[in-house]
Ligand binder design. Structure first.
Ligand code: F6R
Length: 241
């Protein structure tokens, strides 16, 4: 695991942006795995700027988002479809046919757990998977539990995640209780994991990664320790120094 310690959020985002931009320049038909939440906002702003000012071309790029809430219309201001549209997709020349979210396969997933994973596979697999970390160590919505799902599936959000995400809604009751989330296998099959963490409330999860000794379903991000190509970019607050 390559660990890059940065001073603060802006630097973390810049370093991540350079990596993602470099991939798209080198492989114009790159397949990106994307996260929502506050962590990757600066990375997406970097990509938008690279497109608008330096011609970064998204025409042949394909994206697969990690997760989406269930029981929230796509058009809802807090849906992950809306988030991606508002923070990246509307500003770049990506083709709408190349954009994927796991809920599009929800009915298929109910029948066949591998449906979204099969779609990713058909696209050639994910070249770069962007990941934020939940305060409780979750990645996508793979919450700490005795068992973790391998494939993309319907998940129940923990009270701690609903509380953490309540900042985007008017109250915690409005936060959906369920989501469709990429599984641990879906994520770990990406060729390169780009894990970003900033702020003090990510310190526990980050310290488990930096410690590097234990994989535990109590802290799903620790499974990234098994992956051969991980870049972890942290700011000082998350790194605890
Ligand atoms: C979002 C996602 C989540 C977030 C995590 C951190 O698509 O998969 O795992 O990455 O909850 O959220 P923020 O970045 O808001 O702290």
């Amino acid at each position: 695991m390559q660990v890059i310690k940065t001073k603060e959020y802006a630097e973390m985002s810049h370093v991540a942006g350079v990596i993602a931009e470099g991939l798209i320049r080198q492989k114009p038909n790159a397949v990106l795995g994307l996260a929502t939440g506050s962590t990757p906002l600066g990375l997406y702003a970097h990509l938008v700027k690279a497109h608008q000012q330096n011609g970064l071309d998204f025409r042949h790029v394909t994206t697969f988002n990690l997760d989406e809430y269930l029981d929230l219309p796509k058009e809802h201001p807090q849906s992950y479809h809306t988030f991606m549209e508002e923070n990246l997709f509307q500003y770049v020349n990506i083709s709408s046919e190349h954009i994927h979210f796991p809920d599009e396969d929800y009915d298929a997933i109910e029948e066949n757990a591998e449906a979204y994973d099969a779609r990713i596979h058909r696209a050639g697999g994910i070249d770069l998977q962007v990941l934020g970390i939940g305060r409780n160590g979750h990645i996508a919505f793979n919450e700490p539990a005795e068992e973790l799902a391998f494939f993309t599936s319907r998940v129940t959000l923990t009270p701690s995640t609903r509380e953490a995400n309540a900042r985007f809604f008017s109250s915690v009751e409005e936060v959906p209780t369920h989501a469709v989330s990429s599984g641990m296998g879906t994520i770990l099959q990406a060729r390169h994991l780009l894990i970003l963490a900033n702020g003090e409330d990510k310190r526990d999860a980050v310290s488990r990664l930096l410690d590097g000794h234990t994989l535990t379903t109590d802290c799903p991000v620790t499974f990234a320790l098994m992956h051969p190509h991980v870049t972890l970019i942290v700011d000082e607050a998350a790194a605890g120094c």
